[in-house]
Design a protein around this ligand. Sequence first.
Ligand code: HEM
Length: 416
Amino acid sequence: VKERIVQDKGLDHTLKLLEEGYPFIKNRMDLYKCNMFETHIMGKKTVCISGEEACKIFYDEDLFQRKGAMPKRIQKTLLGVNAIQGMDNKAHKQRKLFFMSLMTEDHQKKLGELFENEMEASADRWTNTEEIILFREARNILCKAACFWTGVPLPESDVESRADDFCAMIDGFGGVGPRYWKGKAARNRTEAWIEAIIEDVRQGKLTVKADSPLHQMAFHREPDGSQMELQMAAKELINVIRPIVAISTYITFTALAIYEHPECHDELVGGDNKYFEMFVQEVRRYYPFTPFVGAEVRKDFNWNQYEFKKGVLVLLDVYGMNHDSKIWNSPDEFQPKRFEEQKNRTFSFIPQGGGDPGKGHRCPGEGITIEIMKASLNFLVNKIDFEVPDQDLRYSLSRFPTLPESGFIMKNIRKK
Ligand code: HEM
């Protein structure tokens, strides 16, 4: 078969990727009018793919594996070295089902309630201050709620610094130099903290409810019957808490969406659950968060008249698919109503990964994310009044991950 893949011109495109940011893959697909191309990232041959059909092959475990796909620098900041994201086959399935058992509807509901209570309590404080930065407040609230929910003790005086560390881990993955070092240091501190807590639970020095994620993680057994290694248990518990704190990014974008789209206001006031759901789905589609996901070709195979060679890195363009006119009408417009139509979007709407979370690597936290976003949306629209002072609300597409520059400042907050 003659290879017909487009080659990205030049030797290595790591700098271009960092310069162009989120639209890097889509820019080239639009330019070359294709749905895949070959490039070099960090000296490694990399194939970028996009679209629903591409997503289906990407989540075919016979064709792709995660082992070896994730750069060490991302493991040392965002994910934790050798944790669930880099696992394959049976070991991955077992670990994943365990994660999902921590995120049942009941568990989800409990976390939602904790979050709402914390929001209420914080709002009392907000009414007594001139202004707040929503991103900062949201990440502290989520950090508190996540720790309480998992069973991790967190004194009030430590909330700010622990939330700082969770955010630095998230922020570190796309950074070079200081941002990377900060993320790495934050991870080391957080792992040491959580390891000590798990050790205390194992030794009976700290008692927590048997169904709490902390207890479950502390006494989880590997498929061979052995207790999970302490370091790994800590990394995986962090893999539960850290992404909950990360929902603060989506909360900030939700506030921005409310502000930027007054035309949605009437439907949001006293709005029903269905409209809230459509609105937060549109926030997850429209605003940038996950740029792409990566995997390594497991064995040689042919797709789209191209020979995928074992060991090659493949990036699936999450951001690009959220703005792809083959998938969405007027993709660059914010239109919650587009989600009115019930459609199977398993492989076409993938802000937190595609496919079946129980079988592949799709995020197990989507239910939690959507519930918390809906609660925040309702809170911002129906529970408080506030003003949005002049500020820089722009977000840069060339920064991984991004956020409105000001973090969304709110002023003169009053409870309704
Ligand atoms: C995996 C995004 C919230 C836990 C993922 C993946 C993405 C993602 C893109 C990888 C998908 C893949 O590799 O194919 C997000 C975003 C979130 C979020 C944007 C919003 C803030 C959460 C929450 C939790 C969570 C709230 C847990 C409570 C995980 C775990 C994995 C994962 C454990 C690894 C799954 C695996 O490798 O099998 N997430 N996530 N995430 N997420 Fe999330």
